[in-house]
Design a protein around this ligand. Structure first.
Ligand SMILES: Nc1nc2c(c(=O)[nH]1)N[C@H]1C(S)=C(S)[C@@H](COP(=O)(O)OP(=O)(O)OC[C@H]3O[C@@H](n4cnc5c(=O)[nH]c(N)nc54)[C@H](O)[C@@H]3O)O[C@H]1N2
Ligand SMILES: Nc1nc2c(c(=O)[nH]1)N[C@H]1C(S)=C(S)[C@@H](COP(=O)(O)OP(=O)(O)OC[C@H]3O[C@@H](n4cnc5c(=O)[nH]c(N)nc54)[C@H](O)[C@@H]3O)O[C@H]1N2
Ligand code: SF4
Ligand SMILES: [Mo]
Length: 672
């Protein structure tokens, strides 16, 4: 009988949990993946998506060797070549395009398919050295981060474990039962002690269904809601004067603004009646042990940055940053702050090059002048995950665009490659993982050898640099040297832990948070109710105008609001290959369904001036009137045009240049 070996790793997916995992390996093959009981935060539990990961590693759909396109763009027909042929094509095409059009005609495109710090940023040094266009990686947390920083500076989030001692936990725009399952496990424990859970979301998500109190807010209405609650607290003098005096600045201005404003504005913009706002204010006042978990989903609209600003200001006025038992505010952990330039090497850039915001890839490939002539996609699947996907597709169809895709599987984006390169999975890599939802980091070894001829992002770009004739020191580093370099300046690593210790494995807790939480005094700063950052933005949280949802012209043509949050069984578009026969559902309020004569279970078409998507109607009171909810980025397939991002826009959020995935106007029809 073959001997089974157990080997540890860390889940690489873009998920706040960053679980410790244990792989069972038999004869060089992964046969099982489970949670690592030794991980102090995630314990021995992993989500059901990742339990299926061995299928993905061993899948017949794995890309096993380099290939060149044989059919039409997008047809998915390729011919096998060797790696040396692939490097020769890359060398001659990239040099050729650079000589003829300049380095800026080359656009690298990547995100977080693999969150390992080395592999995630492996291409940056190469593209800086090449003088390519730079990519502004704003698709996920840029807006949330920008809003937080305005008032909290570099303060990390609170330890999620603190929620266990809370009497009230608020999941504000966070569907944590789906997107942050380990945090939910702490809430289950807290609930047993009598802790109440309040969920604030425009639809009754899985988390909202398990909550004690569910508050439905208009999408994009959070800044109005948070400011309304604060207004009610001020009217009752129910704020934490001690925290405000000792640990903050600028409260008087915010307080004046709120006292002078009419209630009507807050009620209209939030869609929550004054009486209900006051009830929430009372609830908060009577629960000083409140832990506030903010998601990032609610920032994906034209008021998203302002929403973060208003909510953290509410939290500060209540003293939730004070560090008492059960108190806390967690948006992103910020547990470790590493020297990113040791991963990306911006010093290799010889002269300044233009920047493209990744949200506007469609524009960059079809309209931008001077045009992009080569696109190098790795670690992401933009034809599925990017907004305005039809425009991305039109770009990918261009005959004069040379497209390289480095992937594990034949994704909808990979089908458009001219040159297709096989990528390893995390189980074939060495890397370092931090987390944006908890406070541990770890370095892992490859669990198995690369499958077929797959290469990690790091190995691909190090080798490619040599083929291009780049001999700068970063291209001569091995993976351990890069990790060591990165760890050397890492804030949060305990003083008695050296990079060589971390390289041996295990989990290390950050020093950037203690039991009491990160306190402003620890960071020699104060909470700034009124920020003086940028004179073009309001200095304090206030009501601002909405974008597409409030556009009167669009309202008449496209009567429904659409939000597109994550799905339980997908991780963005990852795992889409398992559901090629599915198109996903759309939640429709019964009154809207009646008016449109749509019945539960039928196929419907969502449409706007950007594109169309097909979904199965689910008629339910889980959503509000006028609001459609489509969970999950299912793949476009021959069977269904289910690309939900055909409908979303390249409009940016109010701060940080983020995406407005939860703010599209659409109409609803039957397939005809
Ligand atoms: N199963 C699964 N897990 C995932 C992912 C996945 O695709 N699937 N994606 C991962 C990634 S990359 C990320 S960034 C995180 C995201 O995870 P979260 O931070 O939880 O963000 P979202 O799920 O996008 O949105 C959370 C909730 O916000 C709600 N929402 C939308 N608009 C508004 C609004 O205007 N106001 C309020 N209050 N709520 C609003 C949505 O309906 C949703 O229920 O999840 C990660 N985890
Ligand atoms: N409508 C809508 N769209 C959204 C969102 C939403 O809520 N609604 N959420 C947005 C968010 S929060 C995010 S973060 C983005 C994420 O968008 P992406 O970063 O594009 O994430 P995925 O769609 O999961 O695609 C990741 C791809 O990387 C590949 N991959 C994994 N590991 C490696 C590797 O090591 N090397 C290489 N070369 N490839 C690898 C996987 O096979 C997968 O196809 O999507 C966004 N899109
Ligand atoms: S996707 Fe998230 S919950 Fe699932 S195993 Fe990975 S880190 Fe853990
Ligand atoms: Mo994300």
């Amino acid at each position: 009988m073959k001997r089974a070996e157990l080997k540890k790793s860390i889940c690489p997916l873009d998920c706040p949990d960053s679980c410790g995992v244990v792989a069972t390996v038999v004869d060089g093959k992964i046969t099982d993946l489970a949670g690592d009981k030794d991980h102090p935060y995630t314990g021995g539990f992993i989500c059901r998506k990742m339990r299926k990961y061995p299928e993905r590693v061993n899948s017949s759909g794995r890309l096993l060797y380099p290939q060149v396109r044989e059919g039409e763009k997008g047809e998915g027909k390729f011919r096998r070549i060797t790696w040396s042929e692939a490097f020769e094509i890359l060398r001659s095409r990239l040099h050729g395009i650079k000589e003829q059009y300049g380095g800026e005609a080359i656009l690298p495109y990547s995100y977080a398919g693999n969150m390992g710090a080395v592999n995630r940023f492996a291409g940056h040094s190469f593209f800086y050295r090449l003088g390519a266009t730079q990519l502004d990686q704003t698709i996920c947390t840029a807006t949330a981060g920008a809003g937080w920083e305005k008032h909290c500076g570099s303060l990390p989030g609170s330890l999620p474990e603190k929620a266990q001692d809370a009497d009230l936990v608020i999941c504000w725009g966070s569907n944590c039962k789906v997107t942050n399952v380990h945090f939910w496990r702490y809430l289950v424990r807290a609930k047993k002690r009598g802790c109440k859970v309040l969920v604030i979301d425009p639809y009754r998500s899985l988390t909202a269904k398990s909550a004690d109190i569910y508050l439905s807010v208009k999408p994009g209405g959070d800044s109005a809601l948070a400011l309304g609650i604060l207004k009610a607290l001020l009217e009752r003098n129910h704020v934490d004067r001690k925290f405000i005096e000792e640990e903050s600045t600028g409260f008087a201005d915010l307080s004046d603004y709120l006292k002078k404003s009419d209630w009507q504005g807050f009620v209209a913009a939030s869609g929550v009646e004054r009486g209900q706002v006051e009830e929430i204010a009372e609830l908060l006042f009577h629960h000083p042990k409140t832990f506030l978990r903010l998601g990032v989903g609610f920032t994906r609209n034209s008021r998203g940055g302002m929403a973060v600003r208003a909510i953290v200001s509410l939290a500060a006025a209540l003293g939730l940053f004070g560090g008492g038992k059960g108190q806390g505010v967690l948006l992103m952990s910020g547990a470790f702050v590493g020297a990113k330039e040791k991963l990306t090497w911006p010093s290799l850039l010889q002269k300044t090059t233009r920047k493209v915001n990744m949200i506007q890839l469609g524009h960059a490939l079809t309209v931008l002048d001077p045009p992009v002539k080569a696109l190098f996609v790795y670690n992401c699947n933009p034809l599925c995950a990017n907004p305005d996907a039809d425009m991305v597709r039109r770009g990918l169809e261009r005959e004069d665009l040379f497209t390289v895709v480095h992937e594990q599987l034949m994704t909808p984006t990979a089908r458009y490659a001219d040159l297709l390169l096989p990528a390893t999975t995390f189980l074939e890599n060495r890397d370092i993982y931090t987390s944006y939802g908890q406070f541990y980091l770890g370095v892992v070894e490859p669990v198995i050898q690369p499958v077929g001829e797959a290469r990690s992002n790091f190995d691909l770009f190090q080798e490619l640099a040599l083929h291009m004739g780049f001999t700068d020191p970063p291209f001569r580093q091995n993976c351990d040297e890069r990790i060591t370099d990165y760890l050397a300046g890492m804030q949060g690593l305990p003083g008695n832990v050296f990079p060589s210790d971390v390289l041996k494995g295990g989990y290390f807790h950050s020093t950037r948070s203690c039991e009491a939480g990160p306190l402003f005094s620890d960071f020699h700063s104060k909470f700034q109710f009124c920020s003086a950052f940028n004179s073009t933005e309001p200095q304090m949280p206030c009501l601002t105008a909405g974008g597409e949802f409030d556009n009167v012209d669009l309202q008449s043509r496209f009567p429904f609001m659409l939000i597109t949050p994550p799905h339980m069984d997908l991780l963005n578009s990852t795992f889409g290959e398992l559901y090629m026969d599915k198109t996903g559902d759309v939640l429709i309020h019964p009154e809207d369904a009646d008016a449109a004569a749509i019945v539960d279970g039928e196929l419907v078409v969502l449409e706007n001036y950007r594109g169309k998507a097909t979904r199965i109607a689910r008629v339910t009171e889980d959503t509000r009137r006028g609001l459609l909810v489509a969970e999950g980025i299912f793949w476009q397939s021959e069977l269904f045009n289910s690309g939900i991002n055909n409908l979303t826009s390249q409009n940016l959020t109010d701060m940080g240049g983020g995406a407005t995935f939860h703010e599209s106007r659409v109409k609803l029809t039957r397939p005809g």
